[in-house]
Design a protein around this ligand. Structure first.
Ligand SMILES: [Zn+2]
Ligand SMILES: [Zn+2]
Ligand SMILES: [Zn+2]
Length: 495
């Protein structure tokens, strides 16, 4: 038992390697007879900003680390690896970690920092599946009102009864912590490699605590494993995935008026000279040609078929028959010019770059690199939309509406792609990454599907469409119908 000088905390004097911050705090509360983490914060006389609910105790930014280490008579930096932000420097807060235990480790009172990592599903040393415990997860978030309250919590799960000293811990064999040390050192190297590879996005891929039904993070994780080798724990099976980096604009030349950087490409066009406008128009055109040459040329028949249908038929397309690749191309490209896909195919006029929003763009500031970023993002939009339309049968709705929302990106997700930064709203000043199935394998898979599609009717019966849905067409580019879907209703995809 150690009581350090000056401001000091009672603690065991033993710091198990790579203990999680959760374990460190839980132990400190127990040894010092604090009844909750709020009392520990008050002990350090933290200003009012520290009194907020303790939902981010896994980040050292919420605690005066050096003071804590000194108070525990530890060397400076001794606790750093217990917190997630040591593993991912410069990272903003993300969602909080959940407390999962290895049933074997916790019997000895040990909780490792690597159990914070969502992708780690099994204890690397015992092989047991990690078990989520709600009680343990809540322990540091509750403001207890009486001295004994934390201990009442203790009796409610097997883990806390060990951690809070109500049950005697088992001894682990002597070599255990040596093993832990070696394994985690290798894992830390692997994480450094992944940060080099995909920057801040690595954090989201590995510590993702947010379940998304619509996007599958294992695609991104598979990308890391293929490039860096196994991190030492179980890997999921995954397809060949590739990554498209969506660069972040680097500088804002006129930020004081706070014009949103979310304005789309046309907004930027507004602030340009006639010459620059001309150049950018050329860039947007070559992006279209790129998508056409790379993908659409394999789907010429699919395109011809859509060219032949009437305007009304765009609102009664069969989701399983309309070629997803061509549809994605038409929707994304038509959006650039501010028209519907139907108009894009049929108009003979020279199209202006999204004329509706062009006017609004007049007052927009110009951001260095924004245009380039925007172009790549548009390519990403194409990939994501393609992916969404390929998987429209997974959408739990009979009718999928493609809505034109000015200034917005393609908004919607599917299990076949994963884009970092989309859900958390992670600060926009870093590159984002779109992980997706390898487009080349999509091309070869798509060929057979489209041959089969050509033999089926492209639209549902007019009566059926009229009876079931009264579709107001303003703002809707097209409507796709999932036949045989038990649940009715619509699902919107914003373009
Ligand atoms: Zn274990
Ligand atoms: Zn528990
Ligand atoms: Zn096709």
């Amino acid at each position: 038992m150690i009581i350090s000088s000056s401001k000091s905390l009672i603690h065991s004097g033993v710091m198990l390697p790579y203990s999680s911050s959760w374990l460190v705090f839980a132990n400190l509360l127990k040894w010092n007879r604090f009844y909750d983490i709020r009392q520990l914060r008050e002990y350090f006389l933290l200003s009012s900003q520290w009194r907020e609910p303790s939902v981010h105790w896994e980040y050292s930014k919420n605690f005066p680390m050096t003071e804590l280490e000194t108070a525990m008579s530890l060397e400076v930096g001794a606790l750093k690896s217990s917190f997630i932000d040591w593993w991912f420097p410069d990272m903003e807060h993300s969602h909080r970690a959940q407390i999962r235990h290895c049933p074997q480790c916790i019997k000895a009172g040990y909780h490792s920092v690597i159990f914070y990592f969502e992708r780690v599903t099994h204890c690397p040393w015992h092989g047991h599946a990690l078990e989520l415990c709600e009680k343990c997860t809540r322990l540091l978030n509750v403001d207890f009102t009486s001295q004994q309250a934390m201990y009442r919590f203790g009796g409610q799960c097997d883990h806390l009864s060990v951690v809070l000293g109500l049950t005697r811990p088992q001894n682990l064999d002597a070599g255990f912590f040596y093993e832990v040390d070696q394994w985690v050192t290798d894992f830390a190297d692997w994480i450094r490699g992944s940060i080099n590879l995909i920057g801040r996005s690595a954090h989201e891929v590995l510590v993702n605590t947010l379940k998304s039904e619509m996007m599958d993070v294992s695609i991104a994780y598979g990308y890391l494993v293929r490039n860096l080798g196994s991190p030492g724990f179980a890997n999921d099976a995954f397809n060949n995935s590739v990554v498209l980096t969506l660069p972040c604009p680097k500088l804002r030349s006129n930020s004081e008026n706070g014009v949103s950087r979310n304005l789309g490409l046309p907004a930027i066009m507004g602030g340009l000279s006639e010459h620059e406008r001309h150049e950018m128009r050329a860039c947007v055109k070559s992006l279209r040609r790129y998508i056409f040459k790379r993908y659409i040329r394999y789907h010429r028949k699919c395109l011809m078929r859509l060219r032949r249908i009437e305007h009304d038929q765009w609102y009664m397309l069969r989701a399983d028959v309309a070629c997803p690749c061509v549809m994605a191309y038409l929707l994304v490209v038509a959006k650039n010019w501010g028209v519907t896909p139907f108009d894009f195919i049929h108009t003979r006029k020279r199209l202006r770059l999204n004329s509706v929003s062009d006017a609004r763009g007049k007052e927009a500031s110009r951001i260095h690199g924004e245009f380039e970023a925007e172009l790549v993002t548009k390519l990403g939009d194409f990939y994501r939309l393609w992916d969404m339309l390929r998987n429209s049968h997974l959408v739990d709705a009979e009718c999928v509406l493609c809505l034109d929302r000015n200034f917005r990106r393609v908004w919607g997700f599917t299990p076949e792609s994963y884009q970092t930064g989309s859900i958390w709203g992670v600060s926009t000043d870093c590159d984002r990454h779109l992980f997706m199935e390898d487009p080349d394998s999509l091309i070869s898979k798509g060929k057979g599907n489209c041959r089969m599609r050509l033999s089926l009717p492209l639209t549902i019966e007019a009566d059926t469409a009229r009876k079931r849905f009264h579709i107001k067409k303003d703002n809707i580019s097209c409507a796709l119908f999932n036949s045989g879907m038990k649940r009715g209703g619509t699902h919107d995809i914003e373009i």
